[in-house]
Design a protein around this ligand. Structure first.
Ligand code: SF4
Ligand code: SF4
Length: 463
């Protein structure tokens, strides 16, 4: 199974009969053209958080590409150190926009992880957990809903206080304990349960658009999904929410579960194909970045190649759609005033910035809010260390990256730190709790911040 894969790239690849099974799989799966496109200029090094933390070449994009190529060329075996270097990568893709050779690093690291996962020998608990998360829960909407209800019950019934008081939490890894502390209130009711599958535009519709509701988003950030729909409506868009849509597959792709990611992509193509829409709107940078690359993900599937390209072409981030096509309402912070404005800052979502290439639109929106001063955070474009489940699988590196991030966040003295991705939001909340020095800084999604500040309350009926 490991040696036969849909993503076999053979154009310029040397024919090498690798004795090592993982080397054979890597040789088959890695895009050799992309490996050779790297001209080793090093422009990507200063952009890479893991290189900046360690100063070590194998922890850089150039170093990782060199390691992959050395394995593909039969010059080295992919030992544990090789696998560690691949797993230390945050997948933030800050190395891509700065690369003069346009090396598709994100695709290379996913191919490498896919190959490593084919040969991974996980312990029984890890293997069981992966199966539960990737196959048992995330692809199934009803199970996600049940998970949301269970977390909500845990949070509201007193069980949480009991667990924290009894010391049972100490049995869990530190990274999981930390996440438990900052988890937002879960909901058993997602955006469709609250608003239905069609929500009208305020005034003459500019366009009919579809919301990509996500999986984690619709359980832990259901309110943000609701606010996204209402904000789009206020800006003149009719919003549909296709009921059959699935998880985007980003967590699967980043964890080397590419076949499952492709299955989820096919389900989403089917779910949106008859919706009669101009745009597919994402409010989570991590999801949107995979949705815009469904064309690549399914490029070797003849039945879905063309539908995937059409789908990807229509994906857009909510901020960008609002700025480029929306009839924006007025925004104002009514608790502040012009003489005493409230200060806000923004942490880029790496995937929104580096893959969807949207960094100006959220800033433009934030700057439109009356009684608000926008202060740019130093290195706001650098990864916060969240990176999917990286903060759980690689807590040490994630912790280092976060600590530096929070030094910069504190320097802004902002009352609100805004972001555009649920993983970044949780990571920044954790950062404020651990390194905020008692700061009252509040972390919010840009959409929630804006929707709560529609001057006059808007017409959608705020919660
Ligand atoms: S910037 Fe691009 S070409 Fe230069 S070393 Fe990095 S990946 Fe290679
Ligand atoms: S994806 Fe991010 S962490 Fe990984 S090599 Fe590129 S810049 Fe470094």
């Amino acid at each position: 199974m490991a040696e036969t894969n849909a993503h076999t790239h053979i154009q310029n690849k040397p024919a090498i009969d690798h004795a090592n099974p993982l080397a054979r799989t890597l040789h088959a799966k890695l895009d050799y053209d992309q490996l050779t496109n790297c001209m080793r200029c090093g422009f990507c090094l200063p952009a890479c958080p893991t290189f900046r933390e360690t100063g070590v070449e194998p922890e850089s994009p150039r170093g990782r590409i060199a390691l992959m190529k050395a394995v593909a060329d039969g010059l080295m075996d992919p030992d544990q150190a090789f696998q560690d270097q691949m797993n230390h990568c945050l997948g933030c893709r800050a190395c891509e926009p700065v690369c003069p050779a346009d090396v598709k690093y994100g695709q290379l690291i996913e191919q490498a992880r896919d190959a490593i996962e084919d040969h991974a020998e996980h312990s029984a608990p890890v293997s069981g957990l992966r199966k539960l998360i990737f196959k048992g829960v995330f692809p199934h909407r009803s199970r996600l809903r049940l998970l949301g209800k269970s977390i909500a019950f845990y949070q509201k019934s007193g069980l949480r206080s009991l667990a924290r008081g009894s010391g049972v939490m100490k049995l869990l890894p530190k990274s999981v304990r930390e996440m438990e502390r900052i988890l937002p209130d879960a909901s058993g009711q997602g955006v469709i349960e609250r608003l239905g599958t069609v929500y009208p535009a305020k005034g003459e519709p500019i366009a009919r658009v579809a919301l990509f509701r996500g999986c984690v988003m619709d359980v832990l950030f259901a309110e943000t999904n609701v606010n996204t729909v209402k904000l789009l409506s206020e800006a003149g868009f009719e919003v549909v929410i296709p009921r059959e849509q699935a998880c985007c597959g980003a967590l699967h792709a980043h964890a080397g579960e590419m076949e499952q990611a492709r299955d989820l992509a096919r389900r989403n193509l089917e779910a949106f194909k008859d919706a009669g829409i101009s745009y597919i709107v994402s409010n989570a940078g991590g999801c949107g970045a995979l949705l815009v690359e469904y064309d690549h993900l399914l490029s070797e599937d003849p039945a879905y190649r063309e539908p995937a390209r059409e789908f990807s072409d229509r994906v857009i981030d909510v901020s960008r759609l609002l700025v480029e096509r929306g009839r924006l309402p007025s925004f104002a912070d009514e608790e502040a005033n012009a003489a005493n404005p409230v200060t806000i800052t923004y942490q880029d979502s790496c995937h929104l910035r580096n893959v969807m290439r949207s960094s100006d639109a959220p800033r433009q929106l934030m700057k439109q809010v009356a009684n608000v001063t926008f202060t740019e955070m130093c290195e706001a474009d650098r990864c916060c260390g969240s990176a999917g489940i990286y903060n759980i699988t690689q807590p040490e590196m994630a912790g280092q990256v976060l600590e530096h991030k929070m030094e910069n966040a504190r320097d802004t003295q902002a009352r609100y730190l805004l972001t555009s991705n649920p993983g970044c939001l949780l990571q920044m909340k954790l950062g404020v709790e651990k390194h905020g020095n008692g700061s009252p800084m509040e972390v919010k999604h840009v959409v929630d911040f804006l929707y709560e500040r529609i001057a006059g309350g808007g017409t959608s009926g705020k919660p």
